[in-house]
Ligand binder design. Structure first.
Ligand SMILES: *Cc1c(COP(=O)(O)O)cnc(C)c1O
Length: 458
């Protein structure tokens, strides 16, 4: 036994918790192109978004303030699980035999078990303040639905969730948790909305998609003046709320006396990755540090590495504004891989822009490599990761093994954005040797890319 005493946990006190979110827009050399109205194709104004979102969030969406105060009521709720811990993965490093130092910021300590409450709480807070009585949303694996149901319960609002059909069938436990928090859950496509009834007629839509579930939730919110819609990723205000992750990690790495050379995160819509990396990108743009910033996405839903950068809809039915983003096409239906949270056809416009500007990299990883890294992580660090962050862990392992060969000074920071306690069926499949890497179909991608609307002048 090795009895060396090593510090492996970096904890901030409540008083050290950051009290502002960081808005990267102010520090970017160029601004991302604006969202366009789906009908007129003109840039959307605040009034266009007012039926769906409270004004405070609409203003955050376009804010040019570098720091935005976190309301006291939100800080109070954050303190239930924040500041979240940063760990040094000494045991994983040892198992890999790598000289690299690996740190992970753990967001699985929240009531929902992921980073999602960092934004569900302020979204519910601002809605409540502006008189909303009910929120609708979509969810894939159920993490966002759980987080929003938790936040709505806190603020005594109704919550109605459309869950992607495949996940609804395969993952009953998060649905039950959503119901335990008092929200209602429907299998999408459902018979409750015009768009659900219409899309359900095509058998290819039977297993659902995030794009379809978004269309259903948006339709219901748009029809009722007291109901609004909440999105768990992609939009600027969502990425903004997640920056508390990176702000805390900056302080914690300073406690450790270390500077990252690699920042790695998984990307579905891009919110946890932006949350971790944007405060570090601020430091990089200011010339104080120079880490590589790497997004890890699934090989079966590779919006950054195989998608195009174009204006596309955020949902399947074309009801949302057109956003300039990396997209596989709004009716792309990815294979039913285990990382349900990464099965979105698009990527946050802000992440897409930062990627196009060459400020970050992306890599696509097959799911068996992810679970190999996850199992090694669980057996060394004692935490069973959600399927989504296993993509980031796989990249961390790749880079740590590279450091072993090259001897290059390597300090990896990653976001362990959720635990996998409700995803054990995926582990079961991996451990039985039954997990396969889906083939990515170029034909299916081409079909979906062909439906991206043509927008003049871009
Ligand atoms: C929702 C979710 C994701 C994907 O969403 P991002 O916006 O890309 O962060 C990743 N990991 C977990 C644990 C999630 O719940």
């Amino acid at each position: 036994m090795d009895d060396t005493v090593r510090q492996h946990k970096y904890v901030l006190t409540e008083d050290q918790m950051p009290t502002t979110w960081y808005n990267i827009m102010v520090d970017l050399p160029t601004l991302p192109p604006p969202p366009l109205h789906p009908g007129t194709r003109e840039p959307v104004g605040p009034q266009d978004l007012a039926p769906l979102f409270p004004m405070e969030l609409i203003l955050q969406e376009v804010s040019m303030d570098r720091y935005i105060e976190i309301p006291g009521g939100v800080l109070d709720v954050y303190r239930q699980w924040r500041p979240s811990p940063l760990f040094r993965a000494h045991n994983l490093e040892k198992a890999l035999g790598t000289p690299a130092r690996i740190y992970y910021k753990y967001e699985g300590v929240s009531p929902a078990g992921s980073h999602k409450p960092n934004t569900s709480v302020p979204q519910a807070y601002y809605n409540k303040k502006e008189g909303t009585t009910k929120l609708t949303t979509e969810t894939g694996a159920g993490q966002w639905g759980t987080a929003l149901a938790f936040a709505c319960a806190l603020y005594d609002m109704e919550c109605e969730v459309w869950q992607v059909g495949a996940s609804y069938d395969a993952k009953p436990y998060r649905r039950l948790m959503i119901e335990a928090f008092g929200a209602s859950v429907h299998r999408s496509p459902s018979q409750l909305t015009d768009i659900g009834r219409q899309l359900a007629q095509d058998p290819r839509n039977a297993s659902g998609s995030l794009g379809i579930a978004i269309s259903e939730a948006v339709e219901v919110a748009a029809k009722d003046p007291n109901t609004r819609y909440a999105l768990g990723s992609v939009l600027n205000h969502v990425l903004l709320h997640q920056t508390i992750i990176g702000e805390e990690a900056l302080l914690q790495l300073a406690m450790a006396g270390d500077t990252p050379t690699h920042i790695v995160g998984c990307t579905g819509g891009g919110s946890n990755f932006a949350g971790l990396s944007f405060p570090f990108l601020r430091e990089k743009l200011a010339g104080r540090i120079s880490p590589r910033i790497i997004a890890a996405e699934p090989a079966s839903c590779p919006s950054l590495t195989k998608g195009v950068y174009a204006y596309d809809y955020g949902d399947a039915a074309g009801m949302t504004p057109l956003m300039k983003m990396h997209t596989l096409g709004h009716d792309f239906i990815p294979d039913p891989i285990h990382a349900g949270g990464l099965r979105y056809h698009g990527m946050a416009p802000l992440i897409s822009h930062v990627y196009e500007e060459g400020m970050m990299e992306a890599v696509a990883i097959p799911q068996t490599e992810c679970f190999a890294a996850a199992v090694q992580f669980a057996r060394t660090e004692g935490i069973v990761p959600a399927p989504e962050p296993t993509h980031a862990l796989a990249v961390a392992v790749r880079e740590a093994l590279r450091a072993k060969e090259t001897g290059e000074e390597t300090v990896i920071l990653t976001a362990l954005c959720g635990h996998g306690h409700f995803d054990l069926a995926a582990y079961d499949q991996y451990l039985r040797g039954a997990m396969v890497d889906e083939d990515f179909s170029q034909d299916r991608l081409n079909e979906a890319l062909a439906t991206i609307p043509e927008v003049a002048g871009v």
